[in-house]
Structure formats: structure tokens, C-alpha cells
Ligand binder design. Sequence first.
Ligand code: ADP
Ligand code: MG
Length: 375
Amino acid sequence: MKLKTWTSKDLHLGTRVFLRIDGNVPLKNGRAFDGSRGRLSQTIPEIVKLRAHGARIILATHLGDPGGKVDPKFSVKPVAKLLAQKLGRPIRVLDGLIGASIEREILGADAGEILMIENLRFDPGEEANDPAFAKSLAHLADVYVNNAFGVCHRAHASVAGITKYLPSFAGELVEREIRELDEPPTHPFLLIMGGAKLKTKIPILQHLGGKTDRILLGGAISLPFLLALNRPVPASVKKTIDKEDVRGAERVLRDFMDKLVLPEDLVIDSKGRASDIGLNSIALFTAEIERARSVLWNGPMGIIEEAKGRAGTKAIGRAILKRKLDHSIVGGGDSIEFLESAKLLGGFTHVSTGGGAMLAFLSGEKLPGLEALRV
Ligand code: ADP
Ligand code: MG
């Protein structure tokens, strides 16, 4: 896929650029966190490039889920603070999103200045892709640049709607993501999927399955598959499994039974949850990784928030790093944060800033955020 990117003829001194970034990073006690290969770090080159062209930069992101209303808990201020530190430049957070006073502040800014509007999801128009809201966002700027790969699968106002009203371009990060993900994998090509979000991930397996040679499943997503195959699952785990997910698993099994590799044993925690894959499963999965030439990974093997739920995900990370794979791609907010903290992220050939967006792109879906940026 080829995307439109901006050149020096699209910008002049003081051009107002609406730069949609994915600043949805974890917050703890009012502080934002982002590793060296995190989504904030990876958006910096685009900001630097725009500044070098003398643009006035209006950063915009969503953060968490404030549900369409202003909630100071979800203010973007901590994100702006962390990003400013990484950039070594000040970022001025404006007190709102759209409207005359915000427009005036932007018009009063100097060339090269970096501003940030408040959390896009403070307005219900963002997730509803409301044309009036998209138009108001467009009013803030002369040019739109999308550097938020993680939300390109969402038809939201700042991702899709706004492109109708401004000259629109892919940022360097989105362009790089597409280039990396478009590279054909060498075979054997192994897909490793874990984590939660079963409702979106099971249908994706259906689409992506045909392109892979083997599919390893761990974490919550593996549980309905175990049930569908009548494998032994403790009652405490069984009762958490959604019937609809079991039907989804049955459909995937019908098409890809011979490719699927499921956990052979589970670690059950004191609350009766399947907190990790067991040692036999780790050995089985490691052996599969040893045979692969390309690996695509999304989602942890267990409840990584708990000390007892981390061994499986760590072992998979180590097994991948031990190999010299042609392609090793990992995506997903939780997966990346964990691998970074475990110092296992360094060797991946590509660390995608998208989880759902990466999987949707690879399974051949049309991404609303990319369609408007195509050449
Ligand atoms: P990513 O952000 O990497 O795409 P997800 O958001 O899909 O991954 O999944 C991460 C979440 O999945 C974590 O919060 C983790 O606790 C949860 N999880 C993983 N395995 C299990 C399990 N067996 N039971 C319950 N939750 C799980
Ligand atoms: Mg997640």
C-alpha cells in the first residue's frame, strides 16, 4: 500500500499542522510512561521534521476512555510533559479542543511552536465520527498529518472524518509501519496470539490464519479453543468463557485445526483464573519458535499484571530473541510495555505501535484512517 506523504512544497513557514499522534500511553499516579520503542518515542522524528520546516504543530491524541465528556483524570497534560522531556522542547497544552479561543491561541503561536489540544475523547463527536466535530478540528489547521497508526482501524473524527476537510498526509511513523507490515514474511511463518479482546481477535484469526504456517495461542484467547476441543479446563476457568467465543473458536478450528498449537497445561492462580501457560506449553511453544523463520506476535500468554502470570510471556520473548529471525514483529500496548520492562524488546525487527490496527491491516481489512491517505 502506498500512502501520501508531505514534502517541503506542502509546508511553508508557520503552516498550522494538525498532527494526530497516538499518545494513549499508560498513566500511573498522574505520570505517563513510554519506553524507548514506545508510541511516544516513535512519533518524535515526525515532530522534529515538521519543526525543521517551520510548522506550527498542533498535537492531538486520545487518552484512556473518558466517554465523551471532560474528565480531568484523562487530561493529556502528563503525556505532553513526557513527550516534551523526550523532545527536549516545551509543549503548550491548550485548555480545550475546538472553538474560537483555541483557534486564536494557535494563530498566535510562533513558527516551530508545539501546542497540544486536550483529549479528543472529551468530545462525543470524536468516536461518533461526527462531521461537525471533524470540521471544527479541521478549522484549527491548514494541513493534517496522521502519525497515529494504533487508531487507524477506527473511523473516528480525528482519524477519518477530518481528512475530508484538509490536505491529508501519512506521517513518517504510519508510513514506516505500513512498509514493515507489507514485507512478505518468510516461511515457516508463525503467528503467536494471546491476551484478551477476544471479540476482535478471534475474527482476525479467521482472516490471518490462511497466511500463516502455524498459530500458537496462549492467554485468555486460548481458553475457548480448549473448551471447543473438550480439553480439560478447571470449572473456575470454564465459567468465565463466553459461549459466543467458543462458537468463534469452533469456526477457526474448522479452517485451521492442523495449524493451531494450544497450551497443554495452565497455571491456575488462587482466584481460580488461568494466570499463565504451564511448563509443558512453554516447551512446546519454544520448539515451534525454533523452527520458524518469521514471527508475528500480539498479546501476552498470561495475566502479566501479576508476578505469577509472567513466566510464559517471558519465555516466548526469550525464545524469539535467541533466534535470528528474518522478521520478528510484535504489537499491542500490553505486550510491548511488558517486553520493554523485561528487556526483551531489543531484538525485534519491528515493534508496531498498533495492536488491533496491526492485526486488522495484516488480515487485509480496509483501515478507515489509511483509506483517505492512499496515493
Ligand atoms: P495487547 O495490549 O498486547 O494487544 P490485550 O490487551 O489483548 O494485549 O491483552 C492483555 C490483557 O490480557 C492483560 O491485561 C492480561 O492480564 C490479559 N490476559 C492474558 N491472559 C489472560 C488469562 N488467561 N485470563 C485473563 N486475562 C488474561
Ligand atoms: Mg491491551
